[in-house]
Design a binder for this molecule. Structure first.
Ligand code: DGL
Length: 262
């Protein structure tokens, strides 16, 4: 049988922010989401470790029968997208920090790129930075794993990220920060927290950029080019995890459905 599902992979729940756009853009498609929740976070690991975890997870996902694979993780994309493209004979789409769009879009001011520590040091991202016209405008903010750990535990109460945000953004108070690039797919899930901090402390409210949206547009384009778009169907989402299904499935469903994360 010809595979009809689109695989969506992340180290944990971050890819849900990308899956939410994908569902909106492609409502007739069936998605199988794989969260490597047991091994998250990836962002503090070596390139080799990230590659090996990503390959193992994506192989399990691919075995389910996929027509395309969306790597909804900036860290996994930076470390392994070429390996994944070589291994799987289907369209494979990565997610990358949207720094080029942010630079083209914003006439002045500084742009902050928030991501995992791994993304900021991996050669693929450093290559992407070389395409910037004025690299000095885009400041990388390698974020501590505390962000991802809290999101993975389902902590979203008001104020719960204030301390971490102070730690990474505290040095930019009263500065003209015109844009924030969410370079980790977990961070759109706490965009309201980041935005509240920025509005309170920066000179003006920054505009947000999310590479997940670009990734979904690329997915849609590749599906169309390869005649793989579903023309009928109600759409569905199946959840897979390397962790305990009873623990992770309820949080996954909540993150996917809650209007809080729009
Ligand atoms: N969501 C991932 C990303 O986009 C990484 C989170 C992690 O596992 O550290 O980079």
């Amino acid at each position: 049988m010809t595979p009809t599902a689109i695989g969506v992979f992340d180290s944990g729940f971050g890819g849900v922010s990308v899956l939410r756009y994908a569902q909106k853009q492609l409502p007739k498609e069936s998605f199988i989401y794989y969260g490597d929740n047991l091994n998250a976070p990836y962002g503090c690991r070596s390139e080799d470790e990230i590659r090996s975890l990503t390959l193992t997870a994506c192989r399990s996902l691919y075995k389910r029968g996929l027509k395309a694979l969306l790597v909804a993780c900036n860290t996994a994309t930076a470390a392994s997208i070429n390996l994944l493209k070589e291994e799987f004979p289907i369209p494979v789409i990565g997610t990358e920090p949207d720094i080029l769009n942010a630079e083209a879009d914003l006439a002045d001011g500084m742009i902050l790129m928030m991501s995992t520590e791994a993304t900021t040091r991996l050669p693929r991202y450093l290559k992407l930075r070389e395409k910037l016209i004025d690299p000095a405008r885009v400041v990388d903010i390698p974020c501590p794993v505390g962000f991802v750990l809290k999101i993975e535990s389902g902590v979203f109460a008001k104020g719960s990220y204030d301390e971490l945000l102070e730690q990474v953004l505290g040095g930019f108070k009263e500065k003209l920060i015109s844009g924030i690039v969410l370079g980790c797919t977990h961070y759109p899930l706490i965009q309201t927290h980041i935005s509240e901090y920025a509005v309170k402390h920066f000179k003006t409210a920054p505009k947000f950029y999310d590479g997940g949206k670009t990734a979904v547009r690329n997915l849609q384009m590749l599906l169309a080019q390869n005649n793989l778009l579903n023309s009928t169907g109600n759409g569905s989402v199946e959840f897979m995890t390397s962790g305990n299904m009873e623990v992770y499935q309820p949080l996954f469903r909540m993150l996917l459905a809650s209007p809080e994360f729009d």
